[in-house]
Ligand binder design. Sequence first.
Ligand code: FHN
Length: 686
Amino acid sequence: MFSQKLKACFFIVLIVGLVTTCGSPQSTQSTSEDHDTRMEWWREARFGMFIHWGLYAIPAGEWKGTTNHAEWIRTTAQIPLEEYDQFLGQFNPVKFDAEAWVKMAKDAGMKYITITSKHHDGFALYDSQVSDYDVMASPFKRDILKELAEACRKEGIKLCFYHSIMDWHHPDYLPRRNWETNRSAEGADFPRFVDYMKSQLKELLTNYGDIGVLWFDGEWEDTWTHEEGLALYDYVRSFQSDIIINNRVDKGRQGMQGLTAEGDFAGDFGTPEQEIPDKGLPGIDWESCMTMNDHWGYNKHDDNWKSTEDLIQKLADIASKGGNFLLNIGPKADGTFPDESVERLKAIGNWMDVNGESIYGTEASPFEHLSWGRVTQKQSGNETRLYLHVFDWPADGKLRLSGIKNKGIRARLLKNPEVNLVLERHEDALVIDLPMDSPDPYDAVISLEIEGKPEVVEPPVIAAEDTRFVGAVEVELTSETTYSIRYTLDGTTPVAGSQLYAGSALSIDQTTEVQARLFDGNTPVSGPVSANFIAVTTQAAKNVSNLKTGLNYRYFEGDWNQLPDFDKLKPRKTGNISDFDFAPRTQEEHFGFEYTGYLNIPSDGSYRFYLSSDDGSRLYINGELVVDNDGLHGMVEKEGWVALAKGHHSIKVTFFEKGGGDGLEVSWKGPGVGKVNVPASALFRK
Ligand code: FHN
């Protein structure tokens, strides 16, 4: 009847998403047993501190009046090497206290610290015998990593190193920055750079004791190859066989979502950056790294701090998907942590003091989705302890854990563990009576012990082309189980007497809330799932004629941190182009485009549009903003929708690139059209 490994997913199937296929992020030599053994402490830890610190803390994000820089400042402000090296003579963090740093991490509940031994600027935070671009060449003259290693050993915290492959200082590193026109690459020898990098890694792996993780970065440039990545992985492990290495040692990382592509790519875990995977990926180790504000390195102007609530809920969300959370601190030039970081670390530590067991050593939730929060779990003998992370406290004091078949044994608040809460079964759910007020403003955790391993029955899936429709929409109800599906169209919860789904799609022609639920005969065995379908009317097509193929474009150059108002700028170039292409650009960074024209819509319907860009972009239809993907970021996708009548509609796409990678993809999905890039054949101009 029900196979535990088969679970219907609780979501509306709107598009056939790209399923991230992950290679087994293994080493080139290790077996899965070796991998599991090495990962044990890391999987137990779940929570670590990232530290981005170096010469860039001195300008603190500001350069000649621009204030949105950080650890990339040498590139984003295009500072010539000799000018940047002035910071070497100024680096003197007299308030640096390794013990205090490690205590703050430990008190926050963090089990490891990953610090930049060398970031892209090439400056080494330790005493390197193979470089004079290190902390010993600064007025500080103390081996920061040595002091941290001592303090970590004393406090039982794992010390880990972030090491950048990309190096903007070493003469042998290639490529040069494209704006460094006066810094010749004459004589540069990349293999000699690789030897230098390996010499520094040997220093880091032989002079600072056991290192937990080598966290590589800066692997994306073409000079670094898959073959080098495989070799570097084995090289590092030749010094410390138990060390863990992230997937940025090689070339398998898939952008900012960070997981490892299919193939023989080296790396022990995936590295989503500034984001959290939609759901856990069984058997895949991954760690989300995030800033507390918007910068990795210290920026004195950046006040966009994530709240303590947000950070604690992110920690719970990540753990509920089986991942680790690497939360960043960008220390100031004097060696202290920003006050706002200290404040958040303390608050997180207070929460971890009570609830740490719901994070450490837990595994991903057996539930696909819960409206009130997240779940983590730990097996203990033939029982399971489920940790219910309640973000939204139920107004009626009744917490429902739907679709669970197991017998409930005991429920207690971690904040008040000596009190057993009333635990009852009601139909498909275990229901826990809670006090009227939540004991924690951010995430109150309930420990629920159940018999055996979790047996969960996910609700049916409500599948449709879109939740908005013109005319009518076909809605299918599916489940991977063989339970029967009952549904309602009036927003009420399905009961034994509700309509039985006969297997053919429901045709909905007005705004309707559909609810569906699984039944074993007359007994509900899953919770309900609901979806709102909204009837919309189309925007009329434009009355245009004599159109030509392609788009008009205006090309701009400038240094922006968000999309500028291009109407207030003078374009460097204008013309027409077949589609959203960067061909007219004359430089790799600091440029922008505005594309305008008409989009030919094949049939009346509700259309979703998607923008994937690095950096920011926006899409307008008939003058209305439909997708807003503005900002400084990697290739991130945003979407929007609009109902359009068959015919031509005006389209405008704006884009800017600041620095680093760049890209722009404009795609759409509509009646009978799966998600595809907008074809040039649909683009027209006057
Ligand atoms: O370019 C770096 C950036 O400075 C920072 O170190 C982040 C943290 O993972 N990694 C790279 C951007 O993806």
